[in-house]
Design a protein around this ligand. Structure first.
Ligand code: SF4
Ligand code: SF4
Length: 168
């Protein structure tokens, strides 16, 4: 045949496309796919470990009134998952979103506000421990809300009470 390309072109006109219809039909991603960061400030205890660990220096912690704000800049994130793997509170995970775009820096930031906690006795700033996390460390509801120094005082007081015989 003199025009092999013409035959191929005509055949292709009646075949379904070989490419995927993205974005009209979003592509499925694997179960453990690491897309855009998801941050849950309700779980965050404000330890700052993720900020120090991030190899891309893409996480910033700042304070505003009685809250602290964590910002994850998706433009520098390498999706290494160090922050999510080592967060003691399980406050960081990944979404399935892989198309992460924005025209401004702000549009590329995932952020959330978490509350700053203070010792219920002396008022010193403490890490906010959720109830279930405190229980893992053997701390009851009262001890969770205390700074380490007041916690030691409180525990020593309890021990003294247990050791000393009560007057009757
Ligand atoms: S997100 Fe996790 S690692 Fe980062 S400050 Fe909060 S508790 Fe700490
Ligand atoms: S996934 Fe890696 S690069 Fe991205 S914010 Fe977390 S630690 Fe940083």
């Amino acid at each position: 045949m003199k025009f092999p390309m013409l035959k191929k072109t005509l055949l292709n006109m009646f075949q379904s496309p070989q490419t995927q219809k993205y974005p009209a039909r979003p592509r499925a991603v694997p179960e453990r796919f690491r897309g855009m960061i998801a941050y849950d400030p309700e779980k965050c205890i404000g330890c700052g470990m993720c900020v120090n660990l991030c190899p891309a220096q893409g996480i910033v912690k700042r304070e505003e009134d009685d809250k602290f704000i964590l910002e994850f800049f998706q433009g520098s994130c390498t999706f290494c998952a160090l922050c999510a793997d080592l967060c003691p509170a399980g406050a960081i995970s990944f979404q399935k979103t892989f198309s992460i775009t924005g025209q401004t820096k702000e549009e590329m930031v995932v952020s959330g506000k978490a509350r700053i906690a203070y010792c219920s006795e002396c008022g010193e700033r403490i890490l906010f421990l959720p109830q279930d996390m405190g229980q893992q460390f053997g701390l009851d509801e009262r001890l969770i809300r205390l700074c380490p120094r007041c916690r030691r005082k409180h525990t020593a007081g309890r021990m003294k009470e247990a050791i000393e015989p009560t007057e009757s």
